[in-house]
Design a protein around this ligand. Sequence first.
Ligand SMILES: [Zn+2]
Length: 148
Amino acid sequence: MRTQRQVVDYSLQKRAVLRELLAGRIGTYDVCDASPYLKNAARFHGEPTDRRCPICRSENLIHVHYIYGDELKQSAGQARTRAELPVLAMTLREFQVFVVEVCPGCDWNHLVEQFLLGRDGLAGEAEDADESVAANGSTPRRRREAQR
Ligand SMILES: [Zn+2]
């Protein structure tokens, strides 16, 4: 996506969890704990992938995109389909996206990545930078974790 920026990749953390699991230091019940909300989000807003679940290996993983940001008002924390994100990115200045992978079979779930989207990402291309300076006047409230 064009305005995507500040990407944080969580594949190292995921591999660490899988290693712990293989070593028997944690059990599948620790990691296969997708909430009913997350499973619903996967069913209705999820993006199917062609990657097999690393735990049960019988289902393909589904990616759920959660959106956060003050501009979203009451929509903050909701799941959106991937197709909706570019539209939002052209409407809003900045919002955070958390991508969570979920297995519909065994309830494995893990954070995949997070990134920012929004029109502010276009500032370097077209608009002059004055606007982004004004945006720094307010302190955004931070939500550090995606809702499980
Ligand atoms: Zn699974």
